[in-house]
Design a protein around this ligand. Structure first.
Ligand code: ZN
Length: 253
């Protein structure tokens, strides 16, 4: 058993969250009951996930995508009202960690994505002052672009969108960053990667891949960010003997 305040400081320390300037507050975003025995994990604190956490009798919900993003309306209306109302009615603590969970060497989305893909990590690079956000490595099994495409599809159980540059060059070095990091394709190309893997894609990504001569694989924002939260929850469950369940969502984006 942990208190909600203890869990927050444990998470803050594990993820070095005070060293990040983020687009949303990291930590305990919505305060609930004091004692935590049952933990729910999810990528996003959607209404559906909160309902499942409620059925599970969760004391805490730990997510990558929480609330109160920079630039969003501060008003409690519509979907935000429904989500907060359910959380507060059930007295469920909501913890959210955004950039700290992307960048963590031990538990992060990018670290775990590299493991899922069986990549050899060569280095991690900072972007816009955020350390360990862009990851570099190799996939020793093949440098054939189509082999990598099939491999990604198998690992994520989701067909990625592959933008092939005119040269269709062999892939010897790979960079990756989960989520909506498609614009880091420029950084990846600048640093010499043959391919860049991220979650989302924009219209401009097609030109960025072509003109920088780099392969691009859009693998899904949700699909690429399922692993960090699970590894963090697995650690907490073992360390503090919590009851735990992960709630995935069928988000195709
Ligand atoms: Zn994300």
């Amino acid at each position: 058993m942990l208190t909600n305040v203890q869990l927050e400081s444990i998470l803050d320390e594990l993820l070095f969250s005070s060293s990040f300037k983020d687009y949303a507050p990291n930590g305990l975003q919505v305060e609930g009951k004091r004692e935590i025995r049952r933990l729910a994990g999810a990528v996003t604190a959607s209404l559906d996930v909160i309902k499942k956490a409620q059925e599970f009798n969760a004391d805490a919900l730990l997510v990558h995508h929480g609330y109160f993003w920079k630039g969003e309306s501060p008003l409690i209306k519509g979907m935000k009202k429904k989500r907060l109302q359910l959380l507060l009615n059930q007295d469920i603590n909501l913890y959210a960690y955004h950039l700290p969970l992307d960048c963590s060497i031990s538990f992060g989305n990018n670290a775990k994505l590299g493991e899922v893909f069986d990549f050899c990590v060569k280095e991690t690079v900072s972007v816009d002052g955020i350390n360990n956000l862009l990851w570099f490595g190799t996939w020793p099994q093949s440098s054939e672009p189509n082999d990598l495409l099939l491999h990604i599809e198998k690992c994520l159980d989701r067909k990625p969108q592959h933008i092939i540059p005119p040269s269709n060059k062999a892939i010897k070095t790979i960079a990756w960053c989960s989520g909506a990091a498609q614009d880091y394709i420029e950084n990846a190309a600048y640093l010499g990667a043959d391919a860049f893997i991220s979650g989302e894609i924009s219209e401009r990504t097609f030109y960025q891949a072509n003109e920088n001569d780099i392969h691009f694989f859009s693998c899904g924002h949700h699909a690429t960010e399922r692993f960090g939260i699970q590894s963090l929850c697995d650690y907490l469950v073992n360390e503090y003997q919590l009851e735990y369940q992960f709630f995935d969502s069928k988000n195709p984006v």
